[in-house]
Design a protein around this ligand. Structure first.
Ligand SMILES: NC(=O)c1ccc[n+]([C@@H]2O[C@H](COP(=O)([O-])OP(=O)(O)OC[C@H]3O[C@@H](n4cnc5c(N)ncnc54)[C@H](OP(=O)(O)O)[C@@H]3O)[C@@H](O)[C@H]2O)c1
Length: 296
């Protein structure tokens, strides 16, 4: 399989590169501002130049493209909605159209923030969307554009992505911040009024490539099977760091002033990916265990 990863230096993108290589696939990638340290063919590409994507397909000749690039700064999207619309709303449809014209399978990543957070049971893939901030609105436009441009695209929604960046080797995202504070003996304020199903980037990359091998199309939710608050996620990390839970401080989303509103509940129901692949998604504890074993 020839795999082209768009956004190969992102957290997810670097994991998709790594998992593709582990499977013996012929992997190439694009990057935006920083060239990742992978020994694969790489081309600089800006999502704002979608017209040039045809040349990139000719250069790398992939069977499948996985688009891991996006404007992921939720507050940045709120203050720069034009940019959010271009990168998250317009670009995915442009990439999908080029893939469709060249008979290349297209895989796109979306977000749990397409939901408004008013539910208290995990959102299924058929649940109504109603994004409440610019990031989610622009990502929803992107999802819809992809499915309009190509019949057999695979779209996967993630929630609260974290893991090891496979170019730098560093633990990235929320657990890195929690671990850092715990190790230096600092208090860790954590929300008790937000619920998410954290997506480990390495596990998501494995799952995406399995779905590609299954020739799956349509929409999937990829996350762990545990619906937790950041505080509960912090408790699991504290267990693994071997640190006292006394440093974990209960906090509220209202304590923090941010440009964009977050949904209080965005847990994803992962049943459709579990039945497609005939296996369970990991629990959060299993995901943390996997990462800690890899780091130590
Ligand atoms: N992070 C989360 O919690 C979360 C939650 C749900 C869904 N998702 C989705 O998961 C996917 C992967 O996210 P991630 O966590 O891996 O994010 P990430 O680490 O921030 O990676 C985003 C990538 O997009 C690239 N990018 C940004 N602007 C670009 C541009 N103008 N042209 C080309 N590339 C550009 C970035 O490159 P540069 O850094 O070089 O600009 C980076 O490689 C995204 O679709 C995101 O919306 C993320």
């Amino acid at each position: 399989m020839r795999l082209l990863v768009v956004g190969a230096n992102g957290l997810l993108g670097s994991n998709v590169v790594r998992v593709g290589q582990q499977r013996g696939w012929k992997v190439s990638g694009t990057y935006h501002s920083t060239r990742p340290a992978f020994d694969i063919p790489l081309t600089q590409f800006d999502l704002r130049d979608c017209d040039l994507f045809d040349d990139i397909l000719t250069e790398h000749n992939p069977d499948v493209v996985v688009n891991c690039a996006a404007m992921t700064d939720v507050d940045g999207c709120e203050t720069n909605p034009e940019q959010a619309n271009i990168l998250n709303g317009d670009a995915p449809g442009g990439l999908a159209a080029h893939c469709d014209a060249n008979d290349v399978k297209f895989v796109h990543i979306s977000t749990d923030y397409v939901f408004d957070g008013t539910e208290r049971d995990p959102y299924s893939v058929s649940a109504d969307t109603n994004p409440i901030q610019m990031y989610g609105k622009s990502k929803l436009v992107g999802e819809q554009a992809v499915t309009e441009e190509t019949m057999d695209a695979l779209v996967a929604r993630f929630s609260f992505v974290w893991g090891i960046h496979r170019s730098s080797g560093d633990l990235t995202g929320f657990p890195a911040w929690v671990r850092g504070r715990l190790l230096s003996g600092e208090d860790v304020p954590l929300f008790t009024d937000q619920w998410v199903t954290p997506t480990r980037a390495g596990q998501a990359a494995e799952t995406l490539l399995e779905l590609i091998e299954h020739d799956a199309t349509d929409l999937f939710h990829i996350a762990c099977s545990s619906c937790v608050t950041p505080y509960q996620f912090g408790e699991v990390i504290a267990d693994h760091v071997g640190s006292s839970e006394e440093l974990l401080i209960e906090g509220s989303m209202d304590d923090v002033e941010r440009d964009a509103t977050r949904p209080p509940y965005s847990c994803l129901d992962v049943q459709n990916v579990e039945s497609e692949l005939d296996r369970a998604q990991p629990t959060l504890r299993e995901d943390v265990e996997t990462v800690w074993n890899a780091l130590h």
